[in-house]
Design a protein around this ligand. Structure first.
Ligand code: SIN
Length: 529
């Protein structure tokens, strides 16, 4: 790259809540910003979020109580400093979202707070009933389109690096490829921010949209950034999984409003697993559902919200959960009188690119926010509705850091040992497997062997399979090949970490090591040499 001034102060990759919020904030403080997204501006997993955003804003609640719940859910691996920031700065960031046009549901002028699993209080702000993500994505993308330079259908092929005077590599831009025009170009910037969301598409059954292919984690890893906690994937306990339709999330907010889980014998089983019943942490509920399904020879259990119809009205229920009631109705299920078949689905990646509390990765100039990052606030298991919150908290701090004339140095401590998996040698001349065939194989393999319950044998089989599949990954400008490369990178990191962690903790459950071990109160980190 030349010595000319960079094209932008900041390039942001990704257009979910994290990228949009950061971009709007960055423009507000006068930074020049380019936002790129591989799909259309509104297509991000934020759009599909239902439950809401947690914040201790209700009477009788406090950031301390929110923190206590966050620490407990995270099963010993939460970074307390980061989590304290998360809980104590929540109210200010909610105020930002309102200022940016997000309208949270309220009753008589008071914000209407929902309840979700492992929260000691109702503290979930929601919008349009169960359409919180849709409201946020629509409001922020509208504002972004008024204020920002946006390039859609643009994939970030790689992060451009340049050595500084000490020899360390700095992020100085991206190489992008527009999938509509076919143009590949290098765009320079003072900072690069990855906000591409999660990687649910590595699994056959996921609540995540097609775009969630782990691109940010893969890009960061290939640029030399440290990655951690990849074994921790949250499986949402209740998804509607029907053969003829896309997997659809059935929000935990239903259980917060009193929905009960029944097995196929009509038995309300959660009492046998946790005293918090249906509002136990997600990993406990997900495993209980798997066990009850196996015991009753079914592939699902039932979620029953029909009791609410007798207590309130069908109109109330349909207004509180407009998306869920409508999708279920389409599938022939009237949630006011029918039971909903539910089973777990891959939902959220707790791991990601290690960042400090200003969103900085271990590569200078490279930031990561949202699900792409691992700030440490979720530990081994994320507390419900802390994910949307995390995006805005750390996006805000990252922009503050970028504009601070005295850049606050918070170094990411090196932790030993740090492992590495070799990068994939992409085939140049065509392959016997198409990208979509490889993707399908990854999804089936990961679902079979790295799901809610894992064990050494299955994980080793998965590792072998992924190494085979990696031989067929092709280096073209097709988006499907690009995504396959990301999926393979993320899956291989995940399998390696899941094999190394010979204990069970939070969302990572090993049938061959069912207990937690004090020796494992630590993180597994990776860095490409
Ligand atoms: C849900 O609505 O159940 C999902 C919310 C979340 O993932 O935190």
């Amino acid at each position: 790259m030349s010595n000319a001034p960079p094209d932008y102060d900041l390039i942001i990759v990704g257009s979910g809540i994290a990228g949009l919020y950061a971009a709007i904030k960055a423009r507000e403080v006068g930074l020049s910003v380019l936002l790129i997204t591989k799909s259309s501006i509104e297509e991000a997993s934020t759009r599909y979020a239902q439950g809401g955003i947690a914040a201790a804003v209700g009477a009788g609640d406090s950031p301390e109580k929110h923190l206590a719940d966050t620490l407990k859910a995270g099963a010993g691996l939460v970074d307390e400093v980061a989590a304290r920031i998360l809980c104590s700065e929540a109210a200010s960031r909610i105020a930002d979202l309102s200022r940016f046009g997000v309208q949270f549901d309220s009753i008589d002028g008071q914000v209407n707070l929902g309840h979700e699993g492992a929260h000691s209080q109702p503290r979930i702000l929601h919008a349009r009933g169960d359409g919180t993500g849709l409201e946020i994505e629509t409001s922020l993308s509208q504002l972004a389109q008024e204020k920002l330079e946006i390039r859609e259908n643009t994939i970030p092929k790689k992060i451009l690096l340049k050595p500084d005077s000490t020899g360390s590599q700095l992020a100085v831009g991206i190489e992008s490829h527009n999938t509509l025009t076919g143009i590949t170009e290098s765009i320079s910037s003072r900072h690069v921010m990855l906000a591409t969301g999660g990687a649910g598409q590595i699994y056959k059954v996921t609540t995540n949209p097609q775009v969630s292919t782990g691109d940010g984690v893969a890009l960061g890893y290939h640029a030399g950034a440290i990655v951690t906690d990849m074994e921790f994937v949250q499986f949402h306990p209740t998804a509607l999984v029907l053969t003829d339709r896309p997997v659809f999330l059935i929000s935990e907010a239903l259980r917060g409003d009193g929905a009960q889980l029944l097995n196929d014998l009509g038995d309300r089983f959660m009492g046998r697993y946790d005293k918090s019943l249906e509002l136990a942490p997600r990993d406990i509920v997900a495993r209980a559902i798997v066990e009850e399904s196996i015991n009753t020879n079914k592939d699902h259990v039932w979620l029953d919200i029909t009791t609410k119809t007798t207590e309130k009205s069908k109109e109330w229920l349909f207004a509180r959960f407009p998306q869920i009631s409508s999708v279920c109705e389409d599938a022939g299920i009237d949630i006011s009188r029918d039971l909903i078949p539910v089973s777990p689905a891959a939902h959220y990646l707790m791991g990601g690119l290690v960042t400090n509390t200003y969103g900085e990765t271990s590569v200078p100039g490279l930031f990561a926010i949202g699900e792409t990052a691992c700030t440490g606030v979720h530990g081994a298991n994320r507390l419900a509705s802390n994910s949307l919150l995390e995006t805005v908290i750390f996006a805000h701090r990252a922009i503050d850091q970028i504009i601070d004339p005295k850049f606050k140095e918070t170094i990411i401590e090196p932790v030993e040992p740090t492992y590495s998996i070799p990068s994939i040698k992409l085939t140049q001349n065509g392959s016997v497997l198409t990208a979509s065939e490889i993707k399908k194989e990854i999804q089936n393999t990961m679902w079979a062997h790295a799901g809610v319950v894992r064990g050494r044998e299955g994980l080793e089989l998965a590792r072998e399979k992924l190494e085979q599949l990696a031989k067929y990954a092709t280096n073209t400008d097709e988006i499907s090949d690009y995504e396959t490369h990301s999926l393979l990178t993320v899956s291989r990191l995940m399998i390696d970490a899941a094999l190394r962690r010979t204990e069970s903790r939070g969302s990572h459950f090993r049938e061959d090591f069912a207990a937690s071990s004090e020796n494992w109160k630590k993180h597994i980190r990776y860095q490409q040499p």
